[in-house]
Design a protein around this ligand. Structure first.
Ligand code: ATP
Ligand code: MG
Length: 557
């Protein structure tokens, strides 16, 4: 009985999209396509080509580039171990058994357990013994990563289980439990496969691809754009999801030795300004409302520039630590720049009095920043300087920018970007400069919808109301010809009564009903009904497409 009812329950289980993910449905998907298509067009006119990247990558790629102290890498990545389950079946089972094992309570809990101990802990020591035996074998055969960590852990487990079994009788219950926990700790650190993750962003992937395909051999800068889903385990709310979509672009340029430093500063600034001009052009083309561009320079990582500033900032923050919230207090240690980002009302007045990076840029960074501003003005791009603008990802330097738009509440950033010279090198490539941005497509869509710029319901142009089996072939032919001419056509699979057909046409938002009854088929005079006003006219088959085109034009005017 129990089994049967469980089966029944399973049948009735309702599946739902995972928290923080969602389905995008028509007609909204038309807007998504429009937003992506416009990006392709605008970015294309600036010489950017599309790159399509994998959705998952080695976890290390992001840890190295974004930085392990950032929220993204520390808490928000969807990572998993990638291994061949069939090769490691027994090892996986014994790991599971070892980690899941708990002793059943015995009394007395104090003092040595004596001879009974072996029996209590037998299943656990067997499981650990199996992990060691199978683990060492898999390690030798290269079926689990042959890392120094794995080697150390396996040796530690081998010695640890020996000591454990040897002293088990003379230990108290709580001492044995402690030993069990520390052995479990070692087991859980064993790595059975490479750590992969769903990408939280795509700049690192673009850099990886630049290196992997030797793109430094191409004309520089290499200009690439991408679109697609990103994954971060954040708290879902309006404009913040766990699977979200970005449209981004990157311009990468190999650094040639012995170039004139002043010249190259000017060139970089022009590239930065053009990339910003491109994204602003794109937003204007979309009709995004309330767009504001904030810019800043965060200098470069050197004692006489950002690093020196961060020291000063840290010292200033230490002095006001008591007045700051817990998050900011923590950030003083991990990432002091991020304190400037705080939205906490009580911290605003304090932050305003902190030292500003603009006053601590080195001469080159200051020059570069001034030139970026001049280049933006040349292009007629309006900007607002915001000394508190820092980016959450470690790799940025010099130019940083953020664009906000209307209708989004507190999640109003629709684009973040900046310069990241050195990132490609950090990932094992040649010295390379980079500048790019990532647009939050979900938020762009929200803002457009909020402003009433969504597309209307995805109607049909023509609903074919056919009646009588004799009309079927004619209806199929009419549908094919109309579709060929680009009309959106609904051809019901079975004949319908006239009233039902018109009702259905209405529901689908069709503009015309093409009525094909036996009379129409026999006479060759077809009936077209304009649904908005109920008027009807007769058309012959050869004149159908023309007649509907003319009708549509008249309506569009
Ligand atoms: P935020 O401060 O809003 O969390 P971020 O600094 O983490 O943004 P970036 O990593 O620079 O954002 O990503 C660029 C853009 O991607 C953001 O400006 C935003 O529009 C969008 N974005 C980032 N995270 C999410 C998310 N979880 N859901 C939807 N859009 C997001
Ligand atoms: Mg974020």
């Amino acid at each position: 009985m129990a089994g049967a009812s469980q089966e029944h329950m399973a049948e009735k289980r309702k599946f739902q999209a995972i928290k923080g993910t969602r389905d995008l449905l028509p007609p909204e998907t038309e807007l998504w396509n429009h937003v992506e298509q416009t990006a392709r067009e605008v970015f294309g006119t600036f010489g950017f080509g599309e790159i399509r990247l994998p959705i998952f990558e080695p976890t290390e790629l992001f840890a190295r580039s974004i930085g392990t102290d950032t929220d993204v890498v520390a808490k928000e990545m969807y990572s998993f171990e990638d291994y061949d389950t069939s090769e490691l079946l027994e090892l996986l089972e014994s790991r599971k058994a070892a980690l899941a094992w708990v002793d059943s309570p015995v009394s007395p809990p104090y003092g040595p357990l004596g001879a009974g101990a072996q029996a209590i802990f037998q299943p656990f020591s067997t499981a650990i013994g199996n992990v060691v035996r199978l683990g060492l074998d898999a390690f030798q055969k290269g079926r689990i990563p042959r890392t120094p960590d794995n080697e150390r852990l396996l040796t530690g487990l081998k010695d640890g289980i020996g000591t454990f079994v040897g002293s088990i009788n003379s230990r108290s219950l709580s001492e044995n439990r402690q030993a069990v926990n520390s052995l479990k700790g070692l087991v859980s650190q064993l790595r059975f496969g490479d750590s992969l993750c769903l990408r939280p962003e795509a700049t690192a992937s673009v850099c990886r691809a630049y290196i992997e395909h030797g793109m430094l051999g191409l004309a520089q800068p290499v200009k690439l754009y991408y679109t697609g889903p990103m994954f971060r385990r954040e708290r879902p709310q309006k404009g913040r999801y766990r699977q979200f979509y970005q449209i981004g672009a990157e311009a990468l340029e190999a650094i040639t030795p012995n170039t004139d430093a002043t010249k190259s500063l000017g060139k970089d600034a022009a590239v930065d300004a053009e990339v910003i001009e491109m994204v602003m052009t794109y937003f204007a083309r979309l009709g995004l409302e309330g767009v504001q561009l904030d810019i800043n320079s965060i200098g470069h990582s050197a004692p006489e520039c950002r690093r020196g500033y961060v020291e000063k900032l840290k010292a200033a923050l230490e002095k006001v630590k008591g007045q700051l919230g817990a998050d900011s207090q923590r950030r003083i240690e991990t990432n002091p720049l991020r304190v400037l980002d705080s939205k906490l009302e009580s911290e605003q007045a304090i932050i305003e009095k902190l030292p500003r990076i603009g006053d601590h840029l080195c001469a080159d960074c200051a020059k570069h920043y001034a030139e970026v501003k001049r280049q933006l003005e040349l292009r007629g791009v309006a900007y607002k300087e915001n000394w508190r603008l820092v980016r959450g990802l470690d790799y940025y330097m010099r130019t940083t920018f953020e664009i906000t738009a209307r209708g989004l509440g507190s999640q109003n950033a629709v684009c973040g970007g900046g310069r990241y010279d050195g990132l490609v090198e950090l990932l094992g490539g040649p010295p390379t400069k980079g500048i790019g941005f990532a647009i939050g497509e979900d938020r762009v869509i929200l803002s457009l919808l909020e402003a009433g710029k969504g597309s209307a319901a995805q109607g049909r142009d023509v609903y074919i109301a056919w009646m009588g089996e004799k009309a079927r072939a004619t209806a199929i032919r009419a549908a094919r010809d109309l579709r060929q001419a680009g009309f959106r056509v609904e051809l019901p699979p079975v004949e319908q009564k006239f009233g039902k057909a018109l009702g259905q046409a209405d529901k689908l938002g069709a503009r015309y009903a093409l009525i094909l009854g036996e009379d129409e088929v026999a006479s060759g005079e077809w009936t077209v009904k304009t649904l908005a006003d109920g008027t009807q006219r007769k058309v012959r088959e050869q004149g159908l497409v023309e007649s509907l085109r003319a009708g549509s034009k008249r309506q569009e005017v």
